[in-house]
Design a protein around this ligand. Structure first.
Ligand SMILES: Nc1ncnc2c1ncn2[C@@H]1O[C@H](COP(=O)(O)OP(=O)(O)OP(=O)(O)O)[C@@H](O)[C@H]1O
Ligand SMILES: [Mg+2]
Length: 153
């Protein structure tokens, strides 16, 4: 499913709808050029989960955990890592839920992952006309409620 995101607010709204409808254990793999809106979307997801704390880019911290919402949000950014460094992180403990409370795992620069979870939602952001963005959502082995996620209000 592809949709148009006219401005930052539209990206935030899509994230909020995702945060309201996804279940614990969901993995969101975000791809898209520098500045295409990945962090903005995750900020929306945080709002949708009821997190009031500001969600900041984990480019340097690698992972930020937010536990204030309905369930945890684990926000990762792999931009600075090589695939072999990513492999050493054992990220599967996040989506398999061992030693962590199941939550939403949102990964920026997911193209750097050397392996993928069994099920995930792929989110690809691209630049459109006049500075707007386009997004493509592709669920792999999971279902998303499109009617709930894409609203025009
Ligand atoms: N749909 C949109 N239309 C126009 N601007 C947008 C849209 N969505 C987000 N932006 C803006 O794009 C800029 C970059 O957003 P953001 O930091 O979320 O990108 P990113 O993909 O996380 O970047 P990076 O690759 O550095 O991690 C921000 O100023 C944000 O407000
Ligand atoms: Mg970012």
């Amino acid at each position: 499913m592809k949709t148009f995101l006219a401005d930052t607010e539209a990206t935030l709204r899509l994230g909020i709808a995702l945060g309201e409808s996804l279940t614990p254990g969901s993995v969101i793999l975000l791809e898209g050029d520098l500045g295409s809106g990945k962090t903005t979307l995750v900020q929306g997801i945080g709002k949708g989960l009821g997190i009031t704390e500001p969600i900041v880019s984990p480019t340097f911290t690698l992972i930020n955990e937010y536990t204030e919402g309905r369930f945890p949000l684990y926000h990762l950014d792999l931009y600075r890592l090589e695939p072999q460094e990513v492999a050493a992180l054992n990220l599967e403990s996040y989506w398999e839920g061992f030693e962590v409370i199941p939550g939403i795992v949102a990964i920026e620069w997911a193209e750097r992952l050397p392996y993928k979870p069994d099920s995930y939602l792929s989110v690809s952001l691209t630049y459109g006309h006049g500075g707007a963005r386009q997004v493509e959502l592709l669920p792999f082995n999971c279902v998303i409620n499109e009617a709930k996620i894409i609203r025009n209000d």
